[in-house]
Ligand binder design. Structure first.
Ligand SMILES: C[S@@+](CC[C@H](N)C(=O)[O-])C[C@H]1O[C@@H](n2cnc3c(N)ncnc32)[C@H](O)[C@@H]1O
Length: 266
């Protein structure tokens, strides 16, 4: 199975991802987290959501998996720094999860299905390793919105979406992940759909989001691949970086990201 993740795990990418917690990126899970649960977080990246999940279930255990080892050492160090020990990080591909059938009470993936070639197969794998009665939970980007108009942000969207499509991924599939779940074998009564949003508008939020996007346009796997693989010229990336810099500096600027979310019961 070919890999389609368009960026890498460089510092600028991990910086964006490690801000994430259950509260800001997966609050739809909160009513379903129970003491003693065994949870799998697939495509865990730097592990901040994984660690946040582990903090919610101190008597349970959370396993984070990534298809490459790059972010795992950082994830382990972050867990140790935060005093979280009910957690394990290991390599594992969502297309062939290294676990027996019926292992976990909850199998979660945040912004992973959009980066892979066969999301239906991935959902079948997530379902396989969940226990009977267990939950499969996914949240994926559905729609972006921002103010004011920005040539740089529009170009960033255009280049990232074109790269993702060319590599077999699906930009913004949040609007249809429930359909993939049906194709993976869940019936409509066992799939609950909802939506959740990120909004970056305060000075601090714009520095975090716009600043890390500016860094990613200047130095990351995204920037390198975009140029080397012919999706953008270095001047395009400069326009993207400047667009994000203006976003950080404009106190009227605002960026929102709507996610589609599903909870599926096995
Ligand atoms: C947008 S990041 C999300 C990371 C993390 N879930 C979060 O929200 O902070 C997507 C992650 O999916 C991982 N990924 C891509 N293809 C994968 C695969 N086939 N199996 C497992 N993980 C994969 C990438 O390495 C990356 O860390």
């Amino acid at each position: 199975m070919s890999q389609v993740y368009t960026t890498d795990h460089s510092a600028s990418v991990l910086r964006t991802h490690s801000w994430r917690t259950v509260a800001n990126s997966a609050p739809y899970l909160l009513p379903h987290l129970k003491p003693g649960m065994k949870i799998l977080d697939v495509g865990c990246g730097p592990g901040s959501i994984t660690i946040s999940l582990a903090k919610h279930i101190p008597s349970g255990h959370v396993t984070g998996v990534e298809y490459v080892p790059d972010p795992l050492e950082g994830a382990r160090a972050l867990a140790q720094a935060e005093g979280v020990s009910n957690i394990t990080f290991q390599e594992g591909n969502i297309h062939a999860l290294p676990f027996k059938d019926n292992t976990f009470d909850m199998v979660h993936a945040h912004q992973v299905l959009q980066h892979i070639t066969d999301p239906v197969h991935a959902l079948k794998e997530m379902r396989r390793v969940a226990k009977d009665g267990g939950i499969i939970a996914c949240r994926e980007s559905a729609e972006l919105s921002w103010y004011p108009e920005s040539e740089g942000i529009a170009k960033w969207c255009e280049v990232t979406e074109r790269m993702q499509r060319a590599k077999g991924g699906n930009p913004h599939p949040g609007r249809m992940i429930h359909v993939w779940a049906r194709e993976a074998g869940f019936d409509s009564r066992s799939v609950e759909k909802s939506a959740g949003a990120w909004c970056f508008g305060s000075d601090e939020e714009r520095v975090y989001w716009g600043g890390s996007m500016e860094d990613r346009a200047r130095s990351s796997g995204f920037a390198k691949n975009a140029v080397e693989e012919g999706f953008a010229e270095p001047e395009d990336l400069e326009i993207v970086a400047k667009g994000w810099r203006q976003f950080v500096e404009d106190e009227n600027a605002w960026f929102g990201l709507l996610h589609g979310q599903i909870l599926c019961w096995k």
